[in-house]
Design a protein around this ligand. Structure first.
Ligand code: FRU
Length: 473
């Protein structure tokens, strides 16, 4: 009864005043000031500032609505400043959503390529995606191109979206996610390649990569970039069936490593599809190159069709920490950015083996014997998350309790020494194993303080992480 009253009260507070409660709101990850957030968009560095846009419904925290582009800026990837909404759904070609896309900086102008979504109730197909362009000279105010849309369609598919644009040797290239024959979700996921001499007129080049009939009906949010001498095709397939420990989420994000030849414009995969993250909540990534040449990725740390308790608190969705990508032994590794040191707070000392994070935000560094089993517990009054290492089978498991609790993958420490970095932030956990060969990103919803302790003989070093996000109001 008390629980029901509590929920009614929370709903009342958030719906009537647009207020956001602090208990699950991130201290150092980006979340919307109020409302709904899904994919990161247009991630770039412009005039020495990091710009992050995101799919946003400013009117509701419990439904995506018609996506607009929310916006935040930062000097260091951790201290974010909310900015006015960058793009609204105010044109005939984007009236039901300014869907995901990317930025390209040229001559001090930020060009933003995105997908306009229009819904046609009762018609077949009942929606259509078209690609559009907008620009900004100050990174805050955007003007939509008068001759939009710039790409209207491909093989009659209504699902063709999420342009990622880059420039190479004077030519512009775009990859788009799509589905062919997708009327009943029986289609085939595709990544299409387009090119342009000027950013405004676009020509279809080819199907760059395609599902083989079993690997998804739609591929979203594609990205193609060079990394340490190879090419990475990163995307988010929908409709891949779970198989053992793999593909446990409703949708995935992962990559092929391969070669891309600009003379033939062909991508040749040289690896299997690998999931970029192994947790419950990781989807629809964006990458950018920063001023130091680092390839940095962010993902939406949430997942479609979740029903998390943050919604009634006034917000849904946070982004992962920005992470640097490198290639190591043919696989992507992800590394927390060095900028984290600017928000690392005091060291937390244990009391009888228990480390207490009063503001629920901290970093736990673990060093343990890689030949022994190990468990780390992250616990509060209502929830217990267990991170465990199974030395016999070489597996890492994140168990957050409740329904669909477990995510697991293979990993063994390369050096014989187990090394983990764990980041806790009010309602999220990110685990980096070893040199970032394996990561887990999952949400959890702790009440009160968070307590950390181990079963094992590891050396734990725990630091608080200071608030760098504006407090919700
Ligand atoms: C991925 C996605 C994109 C689309 C956007 C709409 O989560 O479905 O394909 O552009 O979300 O909000």
């Amino acid at each position: 009864m008390v629980g029901v009253l509590k929920v009614i009260l929370l709903l009342f507070v958030s719906y009537t005043s647009g207020k956001v409660l602090d208990r699950y709101y991130p201290r150092y990850h980006l979340a919307p000031p109020y409302g709904w957030m899904n994919d990161p968009n247009g991630f770039c560095v412009f005039n020495n500032e990091v710009h992050m846009f995101y799919q946003h419904n400013p009117d509701s925290s419990v439904k995506p609505g018609y996506a607009q582009w929310g916006h935040a800026t930062s000097k260091d990837f951790f201290h974010w400043k909310h900015q006015p909404i960058a793009m609204r759904t105010d044109m005939p070609y984007d009236s039901c959503g300014a869907f995901s896309g990317s930025s390209l900086i040229e001559n001090n102008i930020m060009y933003v390529f995105y997908t306009g979504n229009v819904i046609y109730p009762g018609k077949t197909p009942d929606h259509q995606n078209r690609q559009a362009l907008a620009f900004s000279t100050d990174g805050i105010n955007f003007i939509k191109y008068a001759s939009n849309p710039i790409i209207t369609g491909y093989m009659n598919t209504p699902d063709i979206r999420d342009p990622k644009v880059w420039k190479h040797d004077g030519t512009y290239y775009m990859v788009l996610g799509s589905s062919v024959n997708n009327q009943t979700h029986g289609g085939i996921g595709n990544i299409l390649l387009y090119s342009s001499p000027d950013k405004f007129t676009w020509n279809y080049v080819s199907v760059l990569a395609q599902a083989n009939g079993t690997f998804g009906f739609m591929w979203e949010c594609p990205d193609l970039f060079e990394l340490d001498g190879k090419y990475v095709l990163l995307f988010s397939p929908q409709g891949v069936k779970a198989s053992g420990d793999r593909y446990q989420n409703v949708y995935q994000t992962g990559y092929f490593i391969g070669d891309f030849d600009y003379s033939t414009l062909k991508f040749t995969p040289t690896s299997e599809f690998v999931e970029l993250d192994n947790g419950h909540d990781f989807y629809a990534t964006q990458t950018t190159l920063d001023n130091f040449g680092r390839r940095i990725v962010v993902g939406w740390m949430d997942m479609w069709y979740r029903d998390y308790p943050e919604g009634p608190d006034g917000f849904t969705g946070i982004l992962t920490m920005p992470r640097e990508l490198r290639l190591l032994n043919g696989k992507i590794v992800q590394l927390p950015l060095a900028e984290l040191s600017s928000i690392r707070g005091r060291q937390v000392l244990p009391i009888n083996g228990y480390y207490i994070l009063c503001d629920k935000a901290g970093e736990v560094d673990v060093f343990a014997d890689g030949l022994l089993n190990f468990q780390l517990y992250i616990e509060s009054e209502n929830v217990k998350v267990t991170l465990s290492y199974d030395a016999v089978n070489g597996k890492v498991t994140l168990d957050r309790g409740g329904k669909d609790s477990i995510r697991r993958t293979e990993w063994r420490p390369a050096s014989g020494q187990l090394k983990w970095r764990v980041f806790v932030d009010a309602s999220s956990i990110e685990l980096f194993c070893g040199e970032g060969e394996v990561t887990f990103s999952s949400r959890f919803f702790p009440e009160g303080a968070v307590v950390i302790y181990q079963r094992g003989t590891a050396v734990l070093t725990v630091h608080e992480i200071l608030r760098s996000m504006p407090r919700p109001t």
